[in-house]
Design a protein around this ligand. Sequence first.
Ligand SMILES: Cc1cc2nc3c(=O)[nH]c(=O)nc-3n(C[C@H](O)[C@H](O)[C@H](O)COP(=O)(O)OP(=O)(O)OC[C@H]3O[C@@H](n4cnc5c(N)ncnc54)[C@H](O)[C@@H]3O)c2cc1C
Length: 447
Amino acid sequence: MADVVVVGAGFAGLSAARELTRLGHDVLVIEGRDRVGGRSYTGTVAGVPVDFGATFVGPTQDAVLALAAELGVDSTPTYGRGKNLIRWRGRVRSYRSTIPRLSIIELLDVSRIQWRFDRLSRRVPVDQPWTSPIADDLDAISLDGWLRSVHAGASTRDLMAIMARVTWGAEPDAVSMLHAVRYVNAAGGLNRMLDVQGGAQQDRFLAGTQEIAVRMAAELGDQVVLGSPVRHISRPPDRTLTVSTAGATHTAAAVIVAVPPEHREAIEFDPPLPAEYGELNRHWPQGHLSKAYAAYETPFWRADGYSGEALSDEGPVFITFDCSPGDGGPGVLLGFTDARTFDPLPAARRREVALNGFTALFGPAAARPLDYVDHRWGAETFAPGGPTAAVPPGAWTAHGRWLRAPVDGIFWAGTETADRWTGFLDGAVRSGLRAAEQVHQELSRRA
Ligand SMILES: Cc1cc2nc3c(=O)[nH]c(=O)nc-3n(C[C@H](O)[C@H](O)[C@H](O)COP(=O)(O)OP(=O)(O)OC[C@H]3O[C@@H](n4cnc5c(N)ncnc54)[C@H](O)[C@@H]3O)c2cc1C
């Protein structure tokens, strides 16, 4: 018996559990995987910690920054000195800002579309996007449909496709325009979301982001149970909820489900949740994003005057960053890869195509790494997918109002339910703190 059972030991669930413990409640966190962190998962390449999932943080992500500082997990600026590279229409060129060096006409088109996008996003309230007077129109089309409707040029559309792949793990035709503008608004605008300096990629953690989750879990101790997927939640009329895994049943006065909407669907609720909730879960699919890391003796591109940051219109490596621990080495390149073409390949072929991508950008030295590793979130066997939900047209206006509406002592957390920095670690922490506060108020009211 606990006051509160939290389902999921990602940043949302662990933040909720910490906050509730601090407020004096008895909390149990039940996690399906045999590790904490969820979509924050740190591995190694050539002995250097690298993040398979969440890596970067930036200004205004105050909730996760405060959490990391409190737990003593230090961040470091993302390496950004020197020229960026772009592989575009078969040629590799260098540039220095977030937006690559395209022709003047192409650049003007990118600015025009960005201006229109940001202006629309300010007209959509992040907490209740379906109430915007333009909600129905925007939810009726995909991001791709909108780009075509405003006659975006081919280069602008290709750049926005890269943005969609890295942001939602989906193509622009799979994401509702209402979702796209609401999501960007929650991040403070396109520049804030896409920039390195001053934006969401400004800093990273040398120990990896999972270290933050590991430290939260260490504080909670045996209040965190691993390797126990929650299968069943029942809520009898006496308001004592029961949460069951294959091996145990726990009772609680309240439950926080801190898993993405798609994965709520794997839990059986008794009595069943109102039909609207199931509809929401089935229309809130996770996208798919993959990452490849190659490690070299040194970050040789730095010596050549390059930042390690690159964009490519040719897959499967479509964005790169320098994630080296320092100037001395090893040098570590991170490549985001296009899950559609990358994920189905066998391991040796994935390595080959990722290294080909690095080599096309950084030259022949990139073909001979010390070590290589990749990760495909869509291929995870439990709770697959990420970085976040790629919400399709029609879903927000039809189902959005049930995203985090509590039902009979069941509360909802997870980055998908956040209003600030939804989809990011910061949104996950904020959602956990919000759910903890809701539960605290509910239990105080009942006492
Ligand atoms: C490739 C990639 C790159 C990313 N890059 C960044 C980045 O640079 N910066 C950033 O801020 N964010 C990034 N993100 C997004 C970030 O990782 C997520 O927003 C954040 O980790 C979500 O946390 P959460 O707690 O909401 O959900 P999750 O981390 O998904 O946690 C949910 C937990 O619930 C568990 N679970 C699910 N179902 C059950 C069940 N039935 N029973 C028990 N447990 C269950 C899962 O195993 C999981 O541990 C990235 C994600 C990916 C995949």
